[in-house]
Write a protein that binds this ligand. Structure first.
Ligand code: SF4
Ligand code: SF4
Ligand code: FES
Length: 237
């Protein structure tokens, strides 16, 4: 197998691409390529990863123009004519090389009300939520999010409107609204009803096409739009 020609973003926002040649082998992932560069060719290369098995969400980068989790992306599937171009995720400030500053991304989860709030005490009975109930199924459809930021990088509305809460935060809020044990539904709907909330989504579906966990933030956001409209009609705001 001939070698891979890899161009990697180096530096901050005003950085540049640097070329490396990396040996190719079967079942090689894009993260393996980056690790080879950092361990064998250039120890100053900055990148992020933790689990290497698609659990932690920290290894996302832009691969030949497309945001992807790199530990589960095989080179054979994405290399074009033996070439890879690796850049940091779009829509987030670059710290250095392939590392972005994820603070805005997670701050938006908080702004949207992305943490669970229940009313039960430790001594109460466990809540009984039927697995086949529509609400439970809506929550289950979005719950496996690993916070990788791929959908956020894929979303053009985030690029146009940096205030927009974005697909991951809105998906998270939808899972909480669908959670029968959560008690902050009205507050959450208020948090996502403004100009930077669910109504800013243009239903482009780039987030859904790219999500490595096969979640559909587009469907979750559509659910939020319906819930906000219903709450407004019922005078909840
Ligand atoms: S469906 Fe909405 S959130 Fe998803 S990429 Fe399109 S505009 Fe962004
Ligand atoms: S919804 Fe999908 S793409 Fe977006 S952060 Fe969660 S796992 Fe990643
Ligand atoms: S390294 Fe954890 S998801 Fe890729």
């Amino acid at each position: 197998m001939s070698g891979l020609q890899v161009s990697v973003w180096r530096g901050g926002a005003d950085g540049r691409l640097q070329r490396y040649e990396v040996p190719r082998y079967p079942s090689q992932t894009v993260l393996d390529v980056v690790t080879h560069i950092q361990r064998k060719l250039d120890p100053t290369l900055a990148y992020r990863y933790a689990c290497r098995v698609g659990m932690c969400g920290s290894c996302a980068m832009t691969v030949n123009g497309v945001p992807r989790w790199t530990c589960r992306t095989h080179v054979d599937k994405v290399a074009t004519h033996g070439r890879l171009e690796l850049r940091p995720l779009r829509n987030l400030p670059v710290i250095r090389d392939l590392v972005t500053d994820m603070r805005t991304f997670f701050d938006k989860w908080e702004r949207a009300g992305g943490h669970f709030e229940g009313a039960s005490a430790r001594t109460d009975e466990f809540a009984h939520v039927r697995p086949d109930s529509p609400a439970r199924q809506a929550a289950d459809a979005g719950i496996e999010c690993i916070g990788c930021g791929v959908c956020y990088a894929a979303c053009d509305v985030v690029s146009w409107n940096p205030d927009y809460l974005g697909p991951a935060a809105l998906n998270r809020v939808w899972t909480l609204i669908a959670d029968a044990r959560d008690v902050k539904t009205v507050d959450r709907l208020r948090a996502v009803a403004g100009d930077a909330g669910c109504h800013a989504c243009h239903t482009h579906t780039s987030c859904t096409e790219r999500c490595p966990k096969h979640i559909s933030p587009t469907a979750s956001i559509a659910g939020l739009k319906r819930a906000v409209a219903k709450a407004a009609l019922e005078g909840e705001f």
